[in-house]
Design a binder for this molecule. Structure first.
Ligand SMILES: Nc1ncnc2c1ncn2[C@@H]1O[C@H](COP(=O)(O)OP(=O)(O)OP(=O)(O)O)[C@@H](O)[C@H]1O
Length: 341
């Protein structure tokens, strides 16, 4: 088809001043973002507008204002063509309990237009890829949450899309299940070249999986950058030192020494061990060296220096939308995000 764009050299998703207003809520507010090929994380607290964006991008829900393109196709007019080339894994449990994974995924493949034999072959391949091969003939009702998430992933991939939207695929999984799912998601791109837009309310888990991260809050774009840039600019270090005879309050002495060396020190008072932990923005390897040197110069002992797992709240400390409260460091959710209105 002449008008189908390939994903290699184009923007895969583009939105321009995209808004979605419900009677009582503005779910998306003039969101403009460009997303290229690869694995992209869409991060935001519950209610940030992630699912709304996905539904608009699939051409299933009209935007109130603005425009969006997926694979070069306008969502307002080319919804069906978009859905032919895009897979979708919905957030909520939506699987029929009394059919097997094979039956369901073959059915979805047929719905996507694959002929019967191809549908069966693709189903077997896809279920094997998601690690469900042995159990594929058992009814889904008896599956664990992790297995159900894999079925949802398989049905999104079976028609060999160019792009998949995965809405909270790690929801309800334990840490091992989450890691396995994140590994599978990464391989969707590396093994098959299928670009991925994956949502989560946990920035930390997407950092490891994604090439690019887009952060939304209250329907607005807070940040869109490559994961490397993200990690480089927002890594937070937690540092704890001992006291000494010369410096009876070692933490304070280090704080002053780091201030003098231009290292940004945050208030860590809401954390366990309050008062003894300094939180720093690490600009790169040199921050580690600066801390080590400062501790040595002061003659203090370094108890720990560790990278803290990000939470969405921390992103905002470096943004104009400052959370304004150290409490935010220990919590997740919309309150912690504290967008300016
Ligand atoms: N059909 C609807 N009618 C009215 N309000 C809606 C509708 N769908 C979503 N909303 C509201 O729009 C806002 C964004 O919801 P959305 O589901 O897109 O967020 P989300 O980031 O996907 O969060 P979650 O992970 O909890 O689904 C929320 O305040 C939600 O209550």
């Amino acid at each position: 088809m002449a008008d189908v764009t390939t994903v290699e050299d184009v923007t895969v998703i583009a939105t321009e001043s995209l808004s979605k207003r419900y009677p009582r809520v503005t779910a998306l507010d003039r969101l403009s973002v460009d997303i290229g090929p690869g694995v992209t994380g869409l991060v935001g607290a519950n209610g940030a507008g992630k699912s709304t964006l996905i539904k608009i991008l699939l051409g299933l829900s009209p935007a109130t204002e603005g425009r969006a393109e997926v694979l070069g196709l306008d969502v307002a007019t080319r919804g069906a063509a978009i859905r032919e080339q895009v897979g979708y894994m919905p957030e909520h449990d939506c699987l029929p309990p009394d059919v097997s994974a094979t039956e369901l995924v073959v059915h979805m493949a047929r719905m996507s237009g694959l002929p019967p034999t191809a549908a069966r072959e693709r189903t077997a391949d896809t279920l094997r890829h998601v690690g469900l091969y042995e159990e594929r003939y058992r009814p889904i009702g008896g599956y664990s949450t992790g297995m159900k998430q894999r079925v949802k992933l398989a049905q999104a991939l079976v028609h060999d899309p160019k792009l998949v939207f995965l809405d909270e695929p790690t929801n309800g999984l334990d840490p091992v299940g989450r890691d396995e799912m994140l590994g599978l998601i990464r391989r969707v791109y590396t093994d098959f070249g299928i670009s991925v837009l994956v949502t989560s309310h946990l920035l930390g888990e997407l950092e490891r999986t994604c090439d690019h991260v887009v952060v939304v809050d209250g329907g607005t774009l807070l940040r869109s950058s490559s994961t490397t840039d993200f990690t480089r600019t927002t890594t937070t270090l937690a540092v704890e030192v001992t006291d000494s005879d010369t410096h009876p309050d070692g933490t304070r002495a280090l704080h002053e020494a780091l201030d003098a060396r231009g290292v940004q020190v945050h208030d860590g008072s809401a954390l366990p061990g309050a008062g003894r932990i300094l939180l720093l923005t690490a600009a790169g390897e040199e921050t580690y060296d600066l801390v080590r040197d400062a501790v040595a110069d002061l003659g203090l002992g370094l108890v720990r220096m560790e990278q803290r797992r990000h939470q969405i709240a921390e992103v905002f400390k470096d943004e104009e939308h400052t959370a304004g409260s150290a409490e935010a460091a220990g919590t997740q959710g919309k309150e912690a995000v504290g967008h300016g209105g």
